[in-house]
Design a binder for this molecule. Structure first.
Ligand code: CU
Length: 145
């Protein structure tokens, strides 16, 4: 490393604030604000991935609990029938029904927003599947900050 150039330290004259750089400073601040906003957005749109295996007639949930927020189920159908997924949860929460997951290895990503902590129930809505035991439970913990 070449020593002592000092080129990396931006020499910022102290008198620059009062003169013409007022707008420049504002623009820089706006840039930083936009960057921070983008970072916050990226953090808040982060989704927790959860693997979900499907077969006759059960779900294999790859993790028993998640934190509240966006969750993406990575569903794989290892069975011979079509399967799907719906969640119900606290305060009458009811997700949409996922697309059908095709048998023999079909895969679907299904995103939901689980805002409230509590116990959620996963079921398959194909006729007769729930009665045969195709359900699972996912615990949702309060979002950590
Ligand atoms: Cu099913």
């Amino acid at each position: 490393m070449p020593g002592g150039s000092g080129a990396c330290s931006s020499s910022r004259p102290d008198d620059s604030r009062g003169r013409q750089s007022g707008e420049h400073g504002l623009r820089a601040a706006a840039g930083v604000t936009a960057l921070l906003a983008a970072l916050v957005l990226a953090a808040s749109s982060h989704a927790t991935p959860v693997g979900l295996g499907m077969r006759e007639y059960r779900f294999s949930l790859y993790r028993p609990s998640v934190h509240a927020g966006r969750v993406v189920f990575n569903m794989t159908n290892f069975g011979e029938d079509k399967h799907n997924l719906r969640l119900t949860g606290p305060h009458g929460y009811r997700s949409s029904v996922s697309p059908e997951v095709e048998p023999f290895g079909g895969r679907v990503r299904f995103a939901v927003n689980l805002r409230r902590a509590g116990t959620y129930r996963l079921v398959c809505l194909e006729p007769g599947h729930l009665a045969k035991g195709m359900k699972a439970t996912l615990r949702v913990a309060r979002r950590h900050s």
